[in-house]
Design a protein around this ligand. Sequence first.
Ligand SMILES: [Zn+2]
Ligand SMILES: [Zn+2]
Length: 197
Amino acid sequence: MKRLRKESEKREMDENPSLPSFKYYPDPLADGIVKADPDKPCLGCGRIRGWIYTGPVYVEKNFILEESLCPWCIADGTAAKRFGASFNDAGMMEDMSQAIMEEIEQRTPGFNSWQGNQWLTCCNDAAAFLGAAGSAELQRDFPKAIPAVKKYSREDYELTGDDLQKFVDSLSKDDQPTAYVFQCLHCQGYLAYVDQT
Ligand SMILES: [Zn+2]
Ligand SMILES: [Zn+2]
């Protein structure tokens, strides 16, 4: 049964080219932040769209929106307008235009992290979030981001030499500390930070 479900999820993904695209979060399926759910209605549009958002939601009032929004209602701003919902905190982004900050906060999926996420910036724009990574994922999926992870670890954790390498080797996607990988949409450079509780 489990296997069947997996296969049908895969098929839906392939046959669903109309999932909304997020400029700053190109692949929300990768970490399961948007996942297939054939039964769950979205509280934003009231429809069962087959896809549900599982990431963090911040609301001003007492709405319970966890695992209750479809990605379309995030992308078009319906969830933000209707519930005052936001998905990221752009407060730490420096020198960003109001329009970019609003897109990150109100119309871009968030990601799960240990202490609340930061959105990194480059070339006067928000960078694209590629995913959470431990040392295995860094080597397999984001080898070009390893220098950025090392740079952050050197500067923020003041690690060097063997200690630095050990720290990078100890990174885990599911346990902490975890690296968060971004790529600049303009210069294509990789950016990263590391977080733990
Ligand atoms: Zn919806
Ligand atoms: Zn750049």
